[in-house]
Design a binder for this molecule. Structure first.
Ligand code: ADP
Ligand code: X2W
Length: 302
C-alpha cells in the first residue's frame, strides 16, 4: 500500500536523522551478541535479522555471535538430561556437549542464518570448529560459598574459555560482504569440542576484530541495581562492589566480565541492551535512544 504524503515525509525525516550516526559507523565492525533469552518470538527475531541486514546495506560490518541457553535447556529437558549452572556456566558432561553442539551449531545457528538471508542479507553460519575459528581450552572454575573457608577448583566438564580467534577467516568473509553468524563452540588442537558461554566468545571476537562496538542483546533492560534501576558508566571498583554484594549474579556475571575485558583490550564501547525491544540494534546505533548499560574504557582505570 502506498504511503500517505505525511507518512512518506516522516520516513525521509527519519532516514535523514539517522545519517550522522550511519556516517560514524561506515566501514567499522560491530559485533552483536544475540542471547537465547532475547529470541522470544518470530516477529522479534525477524526484526533482529532486518537490523543486521540494514547495517550491512549502509556499509557497516556486523558480525553476529549467538547464544541459545534456553533452547539447549528445552532439548535437555525433552531428553531428560539434567543440567545446572555454576558462575553462569552450564556444567557440561559428554551427553550435554552433544546436545549443545546440535542446538547451537544446528538449530539456532541455521535459524538466524536463514532469517538474515530471507531478509536479503548474505549470512554464513559457523561454529568454532569451522576453519578452527575459535581455539579453546578447558575452563578452570573456582567456586566459593559463604560457609567455605577457601575457594575450591571444580570440574565443570567440557566448558571452554577462548584461547584465540582466527580472524583471517572473518576478514575474508567480511571483505566478501558476507555476514558471519557464529555459534559459541570451541575446539582444541586435538579436536575436542568445548561449550563456551556466548558472551565470552562475543567479547573475544570483538577484541580480535578491533570492533567499534560490542552489543550484547539480552532479556533485561541492562545491568540493574538492587532497586531495578539501569546502571551505566560504571568504574571497575563499582563493578567489583556490585559482584561482592550479590547484585550481579548468574548470566550477568560472564556478560559484565566479557564487556570489561573487551573494552580493556581495545573495543571502544560495549553495551548491554534489551533485546526484547524490537529493533534494539538499530535503536542503539542510529538514534539517540542509547538504551541499556554502556561500558567504556574511560572509567576502568580505578
Ligand atoms: N544485576 C543484574 N542486572 C540485570 N540482570 C541480572 C543481574 N544479575 C543477574 N541478572 C540476570 O542475568 C540475566 C541475563 O543473563 P542470561 O540469562 O545469561 O542472558 P542471555 O541469554 O542474554 O545471555 C538476566 O535475565 C537476569 O536474570
Ligand atoms: C558454558 C555455557 O554456559 N555455555 C552456554 C552456551 C550458550 C549461551 O551462552 O547462550 P545464552 O547467551 O543464550 O545464555 C550454555 O550452555 O547455555
Amino acid at each position: 500500500m502506498p504511503l500517505s504524503r505525511d507518512a512518506a515525509l516522516n520516513v525521509a525525516k527519519v532516514l535523514s536523522e539517522a545519517m550522522p550516526y550511519i556516517q560514524n559507523y561506515v566501514g567499522k565492525t560491530i559485533v552483536v551478541k544475540y542471547g537465547g533469552n532475547a529470541m522470544i518470538d518470530e516477529t522479534l527475531k525477524n526484526a533482529f535479522a532486518r537490523d543486521i541486514v540494514m547495517l550491512k546495506l549502509v556499509g557497516i560490518n556486523p558480525v553476529v555471535v549467538h547464544g541459545g541457553g534456553p533452547q539447549i535447556g528445552e532439548l535437555l529437558e525433552k531428553l531428560k538430561i539434567e543440567s545446572h549452572f555454576i558462575n553462569g556456566m552450564r556444567v557440561t558432561d559428554s551427553a550435554t556437549m552433544d546436545v549443545v553442539e546440535m542446538v547451537l551449531g544446528g538449530q539456532v545457528n541455521k535459524d538466524i542464518v536463514n532469517l538474515i538471508n530471507t531478509n536479503g542479507g548474505r549470512a554464513i553460519g559457523l561454529t568454532g570448529k569451522d576453519a578452527r575459528l575459535i581455539m579453546a581450552k578447558k575452563m578452570k572454575v573456582t567456586h566459593k560459598t559463604p560457609d567455605m573457608e577457601a575457594p575450591e577448583i571444580i570440574d565443570i566438564g567440557h566448558v571452554g574459555s577462548v584461547e584465540r580467534i582466527n580472524r583471517e577467516l572473518l576478514d575474508l568473509l567480511v571483505a566478501s560482504d558476507i555476514i558471519p553468524v557464529i555459534a559459541p563452540i570451541g575446539v582444541d588442537e586435538e579436536g575436542n569440542s568445548y561449550n563456551i558461554n556466548a558472551d565470552l566468545v562475543a567479547g573475544k571476537v570483538a577484541e580480535a576484530l578491533d570492533a567499534e562496538k560490542l552489543l550484547l542483546l539480552t532479556n533485561i533492560a541492562g545491568l540493574l541495581d538492587k532497586q531495578g534501576k539501569v546502571l551505566t558508566g560504571l568504574s571497575l571498583a563499582d563493578v567489583d562492589a556490585l559482584i561482592a554484594d550479590g547484585t550481579i549474579t548468574g548470566g550477568m556475571l560472564p556478560k559484565i566480565d566479557c564487556a570489561l575485558e573487551a573494552v580493556r583490550n581495545g573495543v571502544k564501547r560495549a553495551h548491554i541492551i534489551d533485546g526484547r525491544v524490537a529493533h534494539a540494534t538499530m535503536l542503539e546505533l542510529f538514534t539517540n535512544e542509547g538504551v541499556g548499560t554502556l561500558i567504556t574504557n574511560e572509567k576502568l582505570k580505578a
